[in-house]
Design a protein around this ligand. Sequence first.
Ligand code: PGA
Length: 244
Amino acid sequence: MLEIHKFSKIIAANWKMNGSIKFIDNFIDQLNLKNNHNKFVCTIICPPFIYSQHVSKQSDNFYLGGQDCSLFQEGSYTGDISASMLNNIGCQFCIVGHSERREKFNETDDKVAIKASNSLKNNIHPIVCVGETLAQKKNNQTKEVLAKQIRKSIPKNSNNKNTIIAYEPVWAIGTGLTPSLEEINDIHNFIKNEIQDYENFQTLYGGSVKSTNSKEIMKINSVDGVLVGGSSLDIMEFNKILSS
Ligand code: PGA
């Protein structure tokens, strides 16, 4: 597995269920990793499964990630993609427990932990997503919710060298809203230092990251990188984020 602590920043693109062969060819053609002077920046592209190989064939300047993986190893699970299949096509990262999957596909913390564990067993770094809803934020439950999600979604075979945590407030995803820089710093410090047995995990921020805020967000010491949704679908925007 990669030594993820050695990267100075991690920038992951989550394309969700978007894209096409034409989109990918244009994206890769224009992808500019050169502005990214520091060779220790880790760029990860997470396309829809069906396009993973097409994406990975085009360049080896970035890492390939899955957006999810199966709870199961293999067998009669129509439609599922296992972590070992992801490993087989060169994925080194896999997003698990994204709030869209938690909400729309009924993924519980327990299921997320199994998926993260399956990823690790197949030499894939899980990117475990956690985040509070707006109602939870308004009730001042953010830290309590995050601590519970982290304790329950991070499996026993995880440690701070093989697993990444993505803090994605549900209310910030795709809305154009973000917490303040102070709030992001406070939450990242909380995740890194205050949850016993889960200290010092690499922690990404996700939720309405764009070229106009990425620089400020990535400057925060406690932030190890960003997980970008919508803005990763616009190559000009994504190039700006990469160079920020
Ligand atoms: P967004 O999505 O950047 O479009 O807010 C982030 C994510 O869902 O990972």
